[in-house]
Design a binder for this molecule. Structure first.
Ligand SMILES: Nc1nc2c(ncn2[C@@H]2O[C@H](COP(=O)(O)OP(=O)(O)OP(=O)(O)O)[C@@H](O)[C@H]2O)c(=O)[nH]1
Ligand SMILES: [Mg+2]
Length: 361
């Protein structure tokens, strides 16, 4: 499952965001370092297409796609030297696929900590970069020693080269995702689990009073990150409270504040997008379900997401776009009218495809 690591300064609102996304019960408190254990939870990916297909098929079960979020202890200036809780909690997110920064903008005199998101960003990135530099240095040493014995291994050589390149950037205090590295270099860095090489989604945690003019708070962060990361303004506490309400009351609260469906679905969608993830759907009376695949995946690989037998014995896929199917009213009707496309093993699945796999094992 795809995994997002949530990082930020103490009291930035990381656990609040985690709870809102996953329905989790991580400790939230106004004092710094209320999180002392790593929290792991699963967020459902809200998907209107799935809801509508399930209604069409009168499905007994509806299963959304999911993404995993990991909430860790706060970092602060000097964490790399052991200040606060130190940075050992970063281990909990080394294997994350992407990182979610929580940058505090909300003001609350009962919650200690700064309220300048750009300051949070600078401190956070310095600490992450220092942690990566230490990790890279250790791994570089080990690789160099090992390298003497197998210089012929091309892959290892390319990885070592990428790591050397990364080391120079890290020593220069440049987070790797901001360095404009080639995709190939990033791929070669993968085995080293460097945090700053991962894609970033920055959440600026807004106070309720800042929601009306979110742009003026968020824009400087977007400008600083200059397109290297996704940036979203979210009033985390407000959204977390709304998430506790039943759907009717929730819409009323959020729409009353001009927040539409709220920002949480957007956080999950942007996070999902950041990882290059797409969704295909299956629908029937038993179950409607959203499945995750990587952009560019071919039909058999998608079949394999459902079950490895479907990939192994893949014959063909019957495919229709979700909205076309919805307009026709049922799978049987689509079939009858010849609206199902028959696709072979070279078919690249698209976001929003509804699939039925024919297979034989
Ligand atoms: N006013 C206001 N308070 C918030 C908001 N988001 C979080 N808080 C409060 O800030 C405090 C810290 O929130 P947490 O979610 O525990 O923050 P954290 O980043 O997990 O903190 P640590 O685990 O201690 O690093 C809590 O008292 C929250 O209720 C917000 O948007 N507005
Ligand atoms: Mg916390």
């Amino acid at each position: 499952m795809e995994r997002f690591g949530i990082v930020g300064l103490p009291n930035a609102g990381k656990s609040s965001l985690f709870n809102a996304l996953t329905g989790g019960r991580a400790t939230v408190a106004p004092h710094p370092f209320s999180t002392t254990e790593t929290n792991v939870g699963v967020a459902k990916v809200p998907d209107d297409r799935l809801t509508r297909l399930a209604a069409m098929s009168e499905s007994r079960k509806v299963v959304p796609a999911v993404a995993e979020f990991v909430d860790i202890a706060g970092l602060q200036k000097g964490s790399a030297q052991g200040e606060g809780l130190g940075n050992r909690f970063l281990h909990g997110i080394r294997e994350a696929d992407a990182v979610c920064y929580v940058l505090r903008a909300f003001e609350d005199e009962n919650v200690v900590g700064g309220t300048a998101p750009l300051d949070d960003l600078a401190t956070l990135e310095l600490e992450l970069t220092l942690a990566d530099a230490t990790s890279a240095e250790g791994q570089l040493e080990r690789r160099r020693k090992a390298g003497r014995f197998n210089k012929s291994d091309k892959e290892a050589a390319a990885q070592l080269e990428a790591l050397e390149q990364a080391m120079v950037l890290l020593q220069d205090a440049t987070p790797l995702y901001r360095a404009g590295l080639a995709a190939e270099t990033i791929a070669n860095l993968q085995p080293f689990f460097l945090i700053t090489a991962k894609p970033v989604l920055a959440v600026v945690n807004l106070g309720e009073d800042q929601v009306v003019d979110a742009d003026s708070v968020v824009a400087p962060v977007s400008a600083e990150l200059g397109g290297t990361a996704e940036v979203l303004g979210v009033s985390v506490q407000l959204e977390a409270e709304a998430a506790q309400l039943d759907p009717g009351e929730r819409s009323e609260l959020l729409e009353g504040l001009g927040l539409g469906e709220g920002a949480l679905p957007r956080v999950i969608h942007r996070a999902y997008h950041l990882l290059g993830l797409r969704t295909f759907l299956t629908t029937g009376d038993k179950e409607s379900r959203a499945w995750t695949f990587r952009a560019g995946a071919k039909a058999p690989e998608c079949a394999g997401v459902i079950h490895s037998d479907l990939q192994r014995g893949f014959i063909r896929a019957e495919v229709i776009r979700w909205d076309e199917l919805l307009a026709l009213g049922s799978w049987a009707r689509a079939k009858e009218l010849g609206k199902l496309r028959v696709e072979g093993k070279d078919y690249e699945a698209k976001d929003g495809d509804v699939l039925e796999i024919r297979f034989n094992v």
